[in-house]
Design a protein around this ligand. Structure first.
Ligand code: MCA
Ligand code: AMP
Length: 520
């Protein structure tokens, strides 16, 4: 089995599998509810699920959409999908029916796997959209997927994928209110995983604390691929618990998290140099890491967080350095407030609106090119064309600069986006829902600083003449339709919105006006 796998090297799973330890009976995953899975379990269970998918005689390139609670079986379903050569489509568990209807309508998955509790409404949406099979998967190993897979063979040869074969679709960046499906290939993810293995100094014996959701790039690709491609054990937390995460540091060496996770662990008195001393590396990303968090972490634990920058469309694109490398004296420091250097193979530039590349230190739009970069958005060629330059660079929508030491700084965003606790919230989408409510004339969703989530939304709403609007009623209505993390943390009804001479709402003035709302 081992020797043949080398041939399927372009298949992402085959490449990960080639890195499994010789002793497959060793523990690969330990869960926070006392379960252990061996490397053989990972191989055999994902083979069974792959054979179940194969038995369905799916069309080539079929999408497998998955909205299930985090579990090791859900990770195995991901591995099964890519080893069988199909396209994995993870969906945030907080999405409600209107959101799911959009994603399933846009992606037209042949297979949908949902939580048992949601089967009723999800299967209705799926079958209406032409989905062939709907399975259930609980976070307690219940559901029809495992009931069927258990009868399938545990022998499966990963398909011979080409590097540019599609492996996953990640919905993101719906600045115009509707999300776009970023297409990632086996090559995008494998090249990134192989490069990060070296760049972040993964070593034999490393153990990863996995505390992130697995329906986004950070938890599903960067964390899982990082551990698997190093043959490293994962300590698997179904839901982030800061106290448990601090406790598990004594058995682990690597932690990855969004800034909110670091803020919450800093609130744990148990977090000390002593409890963190077994750890080798703390990585942060998905949202800005405040300098105060970076400094407080260093003071409390004696360890310097390594901040990196990524996107669903590009996986990881920059990172602070792992090793203090004397050869590059001025480039071997992890600097708070920066996202480090373009990763090996990534070309990054900063341009102004006219498409001129800017000199060192000047602020402009961050663009990149590299093997990690998505080929575009699923069935949206016009959107794809908008976000790529004529010479093939991807426009991130992030605003930043490269400083005199070569470090990249993200100073803002040109795209109208709020990143709350690491999740993206698109004001255009939320404003669309608010504007449809009776009595609403217009609304603006703005991001303001928040001590826990980093940034949260405040909805500023104006009513139609004579209409009496109830702010709590607006929020309750949104809560019945949208994922909970998207719900504005505050709604205010005002007589008018500030506008510029073009009549455009000046969100910057609103941000200034409300920026102290959640200050501690
Ligand atoms: C939960 N709530 C939130 C958020 N999460 N509100 C705003 N923003 C959030 N992110 C609210 C819920 O609506 C609920 O409110 C209440 O908090 C409790 O919900 P619960 O789920 O229990 O919250 P939690 O367990 O405290 O979750 C916080 C969290 C979670 C652990 C920080 O948000 C999280 O795991 N974030 C990670 C996101 C991630 O993986 N990002 C990577 C994207 P109510 O009771 O009123 O309903 S990938 C990416 O960005 C690129 C590629 C990259 O660079 O990595
Ligand atoms: P997503 O659309 O979910 O892939 O989120 C990607 C966006 O997250 C990027 O375009 C950035 O705006 C933001 N992001 C990711 N990492 C960082 C970071 N380290 N600092 C600031 N913003 C970040």
């Amino acid at each position: 089995m081992h020797k043949n796998l080398k041939t399927g090297i372009h298949n992402l799973y085959a490449a990960l599998r080639a890195a499994f330890p010789e002793d497959l009976s060793a523990i690969a995953v330990e869960t926070d509810n006392g379960l252990s899975y061996s490397w053989a379990d990972i191989e055999q269970a994902s083979a069974k699920m792959a054979n179940l998918l194969v038995s369905l005689k799916l069309p080539a390139g079929a999408r497998v959409a998955v909205q299930v609670e985090k579990s090791v079986e859900a990770m195995m379903l991901y591995l099964a999908t890519i080893r069988a050569g199909y396209v994995f489509l993870p969906l945030n568990t907080a999405y409600q029916s209107a959101e799911i209807e959009y994603f399933i309508g846009n992606a037209e998955p042949a297979v949908v796997v949902c939580s048992p509790k949601n089967f009723g409404w999800v299967s209705k949406i799926a079958f209406k959209a032409g989905t062939q099979s709907v399975f259930t998967l609980g976070d307690d190993r219940s559901g029809s997927l495992l009931e069927r897979a258990v009868h399938c063979s545990d022998q499966h040869m990963p398909v011979q994928s080409a590097a540019d074969d599609l492996a996953a679709i990640l919905y993101t960046s719906g600045t115009t209110g509707r999300s776009k499906g970023a297409m990632l290939t086996h090559g995008n993810m494998l090249s990134n995983a192989q490069m990060l293995k070296d760049y972040w100094g993964w070593q034999k014996g490393d153990v990863l604390i996995h505390a992130l959701p697995i329906f986004h790039v950070h938890g599903l690709f960067v964390a899982i691929h990082g551990a698997l491609i190093n043959g490293s054990k994962m300590i698997w937390m179904a839901k982030f618990d800061p106290k448990l995460a601090v406790q598990k540091m004594a058995e682990a060496t690597v932690f990855m998290g969004v800034p909110t996770l670091y803020v919450r662990m800093l609130a744990e008195p148990d977090l000390t140099k002593e409890t963190a001393k077994h750890m080798r590396l703390f990585i942060a990303g998905s949202a800005p890491l405040l300098l105060e968090t970076f400094n407080e972490w260093k003071e409390r634990t004696g360890q310097t967080i390594l901040e990196r920058y990524g996107m669903s469309e590009t996986v990881m694109l920059t990172s602070n350095p792992y090793t203090a490398d004397a050869r590059y004296a001025n480039q071997s420091e992890r600097r708070g407030g920066t996202v480090g250097f373009p990763l090996p193979g990534v070309s990054l530039r900063v341009q102004d609106d006219s498409g001129e590349s800017l000199p060192t230190g000047e602020i402009g739009g961050i663009q990149l090119k590299g093997p990690n970069m998505s080929s575009g958005y699923w069935r949206m060629p016009e959107k794809t064309a908008e976000e790529f330059t004529s010479d093939g660079f991807f426009k991130t929508g992030d605003v930043g600069k490269i400083d005199e030491r070569g470090y990249v700084h993200i100073v803002g965003r040109s795209k109208d986006l709020i990143i709350s606790g690491g999740y993206n919230v698109y004001p255009a989408e939320i404003e669309g829902y608010i504007n449809e409510l009776p009595g609403v004339a217009e609304s603006a969703l703005i991001g303001v600083p928040h001590p826990d989530f980093g940034e949260v939304g405040i909805a500023v709403v104006i009513s139609k003449p004579g209409a009496a609007l109830n702010a709590d009623g607006i929020l309750a209505d949104l809560k019945s339709k949208l994922a909970n993390f998207k719900i504005p943390k505050r709604c205010v009804v005002v007589p008018e919105l500030p506008r510029n001479t073009m009549g455009k709402v000046q969100k910057n003035l609103l941000r200034d006006q409300y920026k102290a709302t959640f200050a501690v």
